[in-house]
Design a protein around this ligand. Sequence first.
Ligand code: SF4
Ligand code: SF4
Length: 273
Amino acid sequence: MGDRVNNAISPDSDFPAFDMPLVGCACGADPLFRFLKDDIGPDFYWTPEEAFTLAHPDVGACADTLSVVAWILPQTERTRKAHRLSSQLPSREWSCGRHYGEMVNERLRQAVVGWCEARGVQACAPALLPQWARELSDKYGFASRWSERHAAHACGLGTFGLSDGLITPAGKAVRVGSVIINRELTPTPRSYTHQNEWCLFHATGKCRACIKRCPADAISEMGHDKIKCKDYIRNVTALHVESEQLGFRVNSCGLCQTKVPCESRNPTAKLKG
Ligand code: SF4
Ligand code: SF4
């Protein structure tokens, strides 16, 4: 991520989009993937085998020999610092990270797939498959056929907070990506047993910082209201990015990801001493 050409926060910028990534992996046959499918959407959510088979229908892949590789791209201190100063609308730095940073992430997915395939290892990036789509989960509302955050959770890279963000060892101010490769790798141990284990509210009953930070009242002790969040982004922040920042709409907000104890670390790590 040190290569500024491939990791620029905006075109021609000397500032990087992301700090050094974290990487983890999981076996394609890990039962957690089946659980996620059944929990999120049995009719639409992909297991690794299903996603890989869409990309490589002739390979006859078996879940046991597939590996999911996920990465965390931490927002830089510069981006987080700028965003901490914002309260109602996203900072320009965050909006650039959301738009151009995600382009970095997309190129990274393509580059990892290309790197593997150049070495004879079939691979795919589920989020880039033409069949990837947004869906409606009976249990969770807005969802998709492959969730990068859930893939990273399965790959040992973190657990979820009240706001649905993935709290990683580098915190929650991150972007996430993943690929599936047809090669067995040693899975990354998951140092948690519960999907919310690293959230202070779930661990101690205290915190609630993200609840106070959200200008849309979209986070409560019950969790994340995806409809309120989406409405605020679509009707307020995306318009602000267009008129005041980048000249086009970007689904930028992420105020709940900064100025909170889980911004750049796992806040429960110190509880375990
Ligand atoms: S701000 Fe606090 S309550 Fe919200 S996700 Fe982070 S640790 Fe959990
Ligand atoms: S992204 Fe913005 S609107 Fe959505 S929960 Fe976070 S702070 Fe609230």
